[in-house]
Design a protein around this ligand. Structure first.
Ligand code: ADP
Ligand code: MG
Length: 229
């Protein structure tokens, strides 16, 4: 069973009287434990697509199944629960909470979504901080660490509640090339270690080589199906 399956998936935004077709009927499948990129220029539909896979937005037509759930059937609260149970997010601008320490940022989803006992929670946070090489920075605040380190913390936070799927919309757009490369290597290592599926987007052709499979978006359509590395 594929982890994500899209069939004739389409999304059209409505702005006043104008329809803006952002995703124009695409088919794809993403297998468990894969490391996949959606690549394309700005405006090609990457964020629209990732938002639907992340159950943040509904398709206009077609179907999108994530973990065998047709996401169109989820109302707001069911979608929030589904995300909390199954999906982690990594953002372009890191989205760490500035007043919390590195440790507290990674702990945050466990406090919000699942009621883990304090000792188990602490052990899980430390495990993830060690996995991303940030255990020795646990007491720092986001403004005391570099961009690359922030994204490592964000990867730990995305993984802390053990989701099946991590979505990262342009996770390297605010990083220099070497740092971007290291963050993607880290994500791949996390995939190897935890079996988590990673789906990221990028407009940077230099970065897309890091993916094991790329889907190229052009004006809301997929070009030539999937490319395997
Ligand atoms: P990308 O992430 O690849 O830059 P987007 O998914 O953000 O592309 O955008 C795809 C298209 O949809 C663009 O034409 C964009 O202007 C349009 N679009 C994105 N979000 C909205 C929205 N909320 N309302 C109207 N149009 C939107
Ligand atoms: Mg985008």
């Amino acid at each position: 069973m594929s982890l994500v399956t899209a069939t004739k998936l389409a999304k059209t935004y409505r702005a006043g009287d104008i329809d803006i077709p952002a995703i124009k009927g695409i088919d794809f499948a993403i297998e468990p434990s894969s490391f996949v990129a959606f690549v394309g220029p700005s405006g090609s539909g990457k964020s629209t697509l990732l938002n639907m896979v992340g159950c943040l937005d509904h398709p206009t037509s077609g179907t999108l199944k994530v973990l065998d759930t047709d996401i169109a059937t989820l109302d707001r609260s069911a979608a929030a629960r589904f995300r909390g149970d199954n999906i982690g997010f990594v953002f372009q601008d890191f989205n760490l909470i500035p007043v919390l320490t590195v440790f507290e940022n990674v702990e945050y989803p466990l406090r919000m979504v699942q009621r883990w006992p304090a000792d188990k929670r602490r052990a899980q946070v430390l495990r993830l901080l060690e996995a991303v090489g940030m255990a020795d920075q646990a007491d720092k605040r986001p403004d005391q660490i570099s961009g690359g380190q922030k994204q490592r913390v964000a990867v730990a936070r995305a993984l802390v509640s053990q989701p099946k799927l991590v979505l990262a919309d342009e996770p390297t757009a605010n990083l220099d090339h070497d740092t971007a490369y290291h963050v993607l290597e880290l994500m791949k290592k996390m995939r190897d270690e935890f079996g988590t599926t990673f789906v990221f987007s990028t407009h940077d052709p230099k970065i897309m080589g890091e993916a094991e499979m790329t889907f190229t978006l052009e004006d809301g359509r997929l070009e030539n199906g999937a490319h395997h590395a």
